[in-house]
Design a protein around this ligand. Structure first.
Ligand code: UTP
Length: 276
């Protein structure tokens, strides 16, 4: 059994790239075919042996809480019909997991969202999933499960990384490090959203993390970074400077469902899979 028992889902962002769809609905409730992004994230955490789901929400995000709750009227309505099975997976999640929520009142960045979520986690290492990064691996362990296994060996913060085209580094946190094992980097430097010419590599951090609890104090003591936001990249850099962050080139595929193109790609991919 792994020591990682809780997963934090920062889900307070405005999702402006999906307006008007996200005007009154959380981006994390956008469905890939019939399942909302947040549910894929929760299933991935469960696959990694985690049952404590901690969600950082904000204004207009009530649907997230309702999704992981029983809907008596609806369930009664479809009871005994062929549609009953459509809610089986959601029911299984509700039965097996505990959900806790807290609100990020001001959207001051991902680092701040993680700090706010700390109330739900406590002093232990924990996972973070950004549900708008939708990850699939049809050939084995989910991305988070791969990372949890790695944590058991390295016992330090771990970020999932992937190679991105050099001209897209400005969208990501980008790492510099030494490859210690195949696909496993000891990170020495991290830069938030660098211009291609300033990027230390084309290895970008995507929305899967395992963080050690000292990260809270580091975030608190890290001044706001790019765009005046509390960046998790800046806090991780402090850990990285003492050799305490691993970058892991995960096995599988990631879709950037925070962008319309990535979302459509993920939808097409998943739809094809359900048909085959
Ligand atoms: P994004 O950078 O994708 O921002 O946040 P966003 O607001 O969700 O979307 P756009 O850019 O306006 O379209 C990355 C992740 O961090 C969370 C978001 O919910 C998303 O999962 N986040 C970001 C917070 O929870 N709080 C913040 O203050 C910022």
């Amino acid at each position: 059994m792994s020591v990682i028992k809780k997963c934090l889902f920062p889900a307070a962002g405005y999702g402006t790239r999906f307006l008007p769809a996200t005007k009154a609905m959380p981006k994390e409730m956008l469905p890939i075919v019939t399942k909302p992004l947040i549910q894929y994230g929760v299933e991935e955490a469960m696959d990694a042996g985690i049952t404590g789901m901690a969600i950082v929400t904000g204004r207009g995000k009530r649907a997230l809480e309702d999704h992981f709750d029983i809907s008596y009227e609806l369930e009664h309505q479809i009871e005994g019909s062929s549609k009953e099975a459509l809610l089986d997976e959601t029911r299984r999640i509700i039965d097996k997991c505990t959900f806790s929520y807290t609100r990020q009142v001001e959207m001051k960045g991902l680092g701040h969202a993680i700090l706010v979520g700390g109330n739900l986690i406590g002093h232990e290492p924990f996972a973070v999933i950004l549900a708008d990064d939708y990850c699939v691996n049809n050939d084995g362990d989910s991305v988070l499960k791969q990372m949890v296994k790695l944590y058991d060996k390295y016992q330090c913060s771990i970020v999932a990384i992937e190679e991105v085209p050099q001209d897209e580094t400005y969208k990501y946190g980008v790492i510099e490090g030494v490859e210690e094992e195949d696909g496993i980097y000891r990170i020495s430097n991290m830069v938030e959203k660098p211009a291609p010419e300033d990027a230390p590599s084309n290895l970008a951090v995507i929305g899967r993390y395992i963080l050690t609890p000292d990260i809270y104090e580091i975030i608190e003591n890290t001044p706001p970074g790019k765009n005046g936001e509390m960046q998790i990249t800046d806090a991780l850099l402090t850990q990285a400077k003492s050799g305490k962050v691993i970058g892991y080139k995960f096995k599988g595929r990631r879709f950037d469902c925070g962008s319309v193109d990535g979302f459509i790609e993920a939808t097409n991919f998943t739809y094809q899979q359900t048909k085959s």
